[in-house]
Design a protein around this ligand. Structure first.
Ligand code: 13P
Length: 243
């Protein structure tokens, strides 16, 4: 099943989350043939859990820490997230890597911790513009995947991968669907039949073009997910009969 995921990043207070979901749930009501996921900030998870109960929209978090508890000021554990109804966690987003200095080693620990707690990680990989220009895209993707999944056996049915080229994120300059397809195929050749989402300047206009590619199995949407109508349009682009 395709996965349409919203990454709100550092946007929306609990009150704004409530307003968003009141509208959004009505717009996507009855859609069953795709998985719909919203990943609000930690501070909105509680209100989101209450609102999503019994709905067709799942709840995800944007980050986690791999230790179970203890002296890790400012961090949030998987047990804490689980109690709030979180079933997915975005791991290794490029903003975590490049703004907050997350290493492949740390990302590996987070992926392992998610799997141990039965929370599905959405592992993000993607090249920077200079790596792309140097023809290094596939090498970078391969290295990020190998390091993030190090020590793990076949994970293809327990994890999702998001291909998010760093230069395409928030830039209004998405990859072409054909370029995404090529990288997605490469990821599946490496990992087996894993679900691979595309992220980076997805909007209601281009969503269908990405989803029409044979190996694009969903989308991870930032900016265009912040408006409920716009994200609902993207979700509907994935529904064969409603697009
Ligand atoms: P944009 O959709 O704003 O480009 O962000 C993509 C992203 O980083 C999703 O995780």
């Amino acid at each position: 099943m395709e996965l349409l995921a919203a990454n709100w990043k550092m946007n929306k207070t609990p009150k704004e989350t409530k307003e968003y979901l009141e509208k959004f749930l009505g717009l996507v009501e009855g859609i069953k043939d795709v998985e719909i996921l919203v990943c609000p900030p930690f501070t909105s998870l509680c209100v989101a859990k209450e609102m999503l109960e019994g709905s067709n929209v799942k709840l995800g978090a944007q980050n986690c820490y791999h230790e179970q508890k203890g002296a890790f000021t400012g961090e949030v554990s998987l047990d804490m997230l689980k109690e709030l109804g979180v079933s997915y966690v975005i791991v290794g987003h490029s903003e975590r890597r490049w703004i907050f200095g997350e290493t492949d080693e740390l990302i590996n620990k987070k992926v392992i911790a998610c799997l141990e707690k039965d929370i599905r990680p959405i592992l993000c990989v993607g090249e920077k513009i200079e790596e792309r220009e140097a023809g290094m895209t596939l090498k970078v993707i391969e290295s990020q995947l190998k390091l993030a999944l190090s020590g793990l056996d076949d994970v293809s049915n327990r994890i999702d991968i998001a291909y998010e080229p760093v230069w395409a994120i928030g830039s209004g300059n998405p990859a072409t669907p054909e370029d995404a397809q090529l990288v997605h195929r490469f990821i599946k050749d490496l990992l087996g039949d894993v679900r691979v989402l595309y992220g980076g300047s997805v909007n209601p206009q281009n969503a269908k073009d990405f989803l029409s590619m044979p190996d694009v199995d969903g989308l991870l949407v930032g900016t265009a997910s912040l408006d409920p109508s716009s994200f609902a349009q993207i979700v509907k682009a994935s529904c064969r009969d409603q697009g």
